[in-house]
Design a protein around this ligand. Structure first.
Ligand SMILES: [Zn+2]
Length: 279
């Protein structure tokens, strides 16, 4: 019954939402872009579909991973080993989308501690943007919830600070990740009571799901590359499978019984789109 209501509300939102969406202009698929990803996997989840389409259209895409991946399963595997595993997975995912390993930047700031390195991160990001001069920049949604770390919000703040001294116009696309962790996109009640509390809080914060309509008015149809997006995400093996059998290794599929993961495999990726203009 509860899930029936949830599905009906999703359908209602889709009915209201779809006609008001602005489709990403297909003529711009070949435009150059830099994708900034707080962690290894956010790039694939949030904008893997559009990245695949842009690479197929011949776009020059650079991928910047902000943190070192040392914390996701650090209770089960030494941090140094984890760093190497996750960096290799990030590069494999990039290659799966058609991005050369040489176009991947590993900034290597300690995961969960990006905030402490704000100034040096701004300097590095500024240099990358100045050198690459992209037409488009992809960053996490500026109102991602504070969940297990502030790295998503910090990534967005760092890129925006770096852009202040950038003398060229660029189009910004904000992509949602933990934003999706609210009803009706996932179940309100979960076996894990702390997850339920988080989801209730997010649901209120995002106006019972209505924030999607307000903030994410740009979309890209990715129904034709979903298989490739699944294959790319599978390259993040440590996030999708247990590297140590029979351990309490959590994967993305464990979050809200897989409903969180489903949010990234809808037939559209959605973005908050705006221009950064030279003043
Ligand atoms: Zn993340």
């Amino acid at each position: 019954m509860k899930s029936l209501i949830r599905e009906q509300v999703i359908r209602l939102y889709e009915w209201v939402y779809k006609p008001s969406l602005n489709e990403y202009n297909k003529n711009e698929l070949s435009q150059s872009a830099i994708v900034f990803s707080p962690h290894f996997d956010d790039e694939t989840l949030g904008c893997g579909g559009i990245m695949i389409k842009k690479k197929r259209a011949g776009a020059d895409i650079k991928l910047v991973f902000m943190t070192d991946g040392s914390k996701s399963h650090s209770h089960l595997i030494p941090e140094n080993e984890l760093k190497t595993i996750r960096a290799n997975e990030g590069i494999a995912a990039a290659q799966s989308m058609g991005i050369d390993a040489g176009d991947v930047f590993l900034l290597g700031f300690e995961e969960t501690k990006l905030k402490e390195h704000h100034d040096s991160a701004v300097a590095k990001v500024r240099q990358i943007i100045q050198e690459q001069q992209p037409k488009e920049i992809f960053i996490p949604y500026h109102q991602e919830p504070l969940l297990w770390s502030e790295d998503h919000l910090c990534t967005t703040k760092i890129v925006k600070s770096a852009l202040q001294s950038y003398g060229k116009n660029v189009v910004i696309y904000e992509y949602p990740i933990w934003f999706w962790l609210h009803w009706p996109w996932v179940d309100l009640i979960n076996k894990n009571s702390s997850l339920t509390r988080i989801i209730v809080k997010h649901t209120l914060m995002y106006g019972l799901g209505s924030r999607l309509l307000r903030d994410f008015q740009c979309s890209m149809y990715i129904g034709d590359v979903l298989e490739q997006k699944h294959a790319t995400l599978a390259e993040h093996k440590s996030q999708m499978t247990s590297l140590i059998p029979d351990s309490k290794w959590s994967t993305l599929n464990d979050v809200s019984n897989g409903k969180f993961l489903q949010c990234f495999f809808q037939e559209r990726e959605v973005f908050r789109r705006y221009h950064h203009s030279v003043i």
